[in-house]
Design a protein around this ligand. Structure first.
Ligand SMILES: NC(=O)c1ccc[n+]([C@@H]2O[C@H](COP(=O)([O-])OP(=O)(O)OC[C@H]3O[C@@H](n4cnc5c(N)ncnc54)[C@H](O)[C@@H]3O)[C@@H](O)[C@H]2O)c1
Ligand SMILES: [Zn+2]
Length: 350
């Protein structure tokens, strides 16, 4: 296999049927490595038998850990469980922890790979659209604490990311739309041509017809941004377009009511309507964005949207405390500015 993208020794492969080539890839790239597969119940139920059969066919010694679905799995106790299992298997630094699943499994297994023996090989097989275009690129790994999301983690890039776009076929429409919010985000912040392409594809089926090139474009954009700002000190902020409001919505609703993508969609829409009204955004941009979000099953507003509660939640967000707040403003489709504002004035943008 030839990597589609090479990001500082993290090789990203994108295509159909890659799941069935995983064993051969590991046997070639990491000869005689043992593998600890980490997955969740849903993804495990769909793909683990095939993956295990493929590992077996390539004479790879492996073991699998199936954890419950959902955000609560991103818990420190599971880091302990994975590391103890790795120790039971006598894994050394040349061996592999393999994440089979969405962003939850990727963030969790990646963090375990970063800390077991101070770092062993990590291979990611992202299976949601969100994880294929976002979380599997860029090396952020971690878990949640009761005090907040992603509070413990590290920067640790996967040695290989195998993006099998066929796995998206089993995703629910809602999870697919959730990933589409990030895809649309890339169009807004970087790539007007991608945005126009998405405007012309008005169904999930049509998107799936072009999915390899769409995922590749998104990963290339994220890789470019990450190359310039590996440790999240500047440019990477543009990836947060729609996310200040999105996170505040997630925090006021409690996680679970809306998907991350739905909250970000509302965030991108609200922000762009207000910056357009302030003359910071080309006229007509918000309407185009709203139409595209709706076309792909995403909301632009929600019942009970309450400016004051959203503002309070954004102010409570630990990342926003005590410093100027940077908001990401679409100047037009495909181009954004990072605009520092006094935190109190966020209210004007909600
Ligand atoms: N590390 C990063 O840079 C980064 C970036 C964005 C998000 N994240 C993290 O990613 C997580 C969210 O990821 P997610 O949206 O992939 O959620 P997820 O991993 O919870 O997956 C969503 C649901 O889809 C199911 N699923 C996964 N693949 C499937 C498939 N192919 N077919 C059918 N069902 C499938 C899962 O079992 C789960 O129930 C959050 O914890 C977030 O913090 C990390
Ligand atoms: Zn996001």
């Amino acid at each position: 296999m030839t990597p589609t993208i090479d990001l500082k020794n993290s090789r990203i492969y994108i295509g159909k049927g890659l799941l069935a080539q995983t064993g051969a890839h590991i046997a070639t790239e990491y000869p005689s490595a043992k593998v600890l597969v980490v997955t969740d119940t849903t993804v495990g139920g769909l793909y683990l038998d095939a993956l295990e059969a493929d590992l077996k066919a390539n004479s790879i010694i492996y073991n699998s850990l199936v954890l419950p679905d959902g955000e609560n799995t991103k818990h420190l106790k599971n880091i302990g469980i994975i590391c103890e299992m790795a120790a039971e298997m006598n894994l050394n630094r040349g061996d592999v922890i393999l994440a089979l699943g969405g962003g939850v499994i990727g963030d969790l297994a990646g963090f375990a790979a970063a800390v077991f023996l101070r770092g062993i090989r990590f291979v990611a097989l992202p299976t949601t659209l969100l994880s294929q275009v976002d979380s599997s690129v860029g090396g952020k790994t971690g878990v949640n604490l009761p005090q907040g999301k992603n509070l413990v983690g590290s920067f640790y890039k996967a040695n290989s990311v195998l993006i099998d776009t066929d796995t998206l076929k089993t995703l629910s429409d809602r999870e697919f739309a959730c990933g589409m919010a990030e895809v649309i985000k890339y169009g807004c912040i970087w790539d007007a041509a991608l945005f126009e392409k998405l405007e012309a594809l008005d169904s999930r089926e049509k998107i799936m017809g072009e999915i390899d090139s769409i995922v590749t474009t998104c990963c290339e954009i994220k890789a470019k941004v990450v190359r310039e700002d590996e440790f999240d000190k500047g440019l990477r902020m543009i990836l947060n377009f729609g996310h200040t409001i999105g996170h505040a919505i997630e925090n006021t609703l409690g996680y679970g009511e809306l998907t991350h993508g739905e909250a970000v969609a509302i965030g991108m829409s609200k922000m762009t309507h207000s910056t357009e009204a302030k003359g910071m955004t080309e006229k007509g941009t918000a309407a185009r964005l709203d139409a595209l979000l709706k076309k792909h099953g995403l909301p632009t507003d929600m019942a009970g949207y309450d400016k004051q509660r959203i503002f309070d939640a954004a102010m409570k967000d630990k990342k926003n405390i005590g410093k100027a707040l940077n908001i990401i403003v679409a100047k037009k489709i495909g181009e954004v500015d990072i605009v520092p504002i006094a935190p109190e004035s966020l209210e004007e943008y909600l």
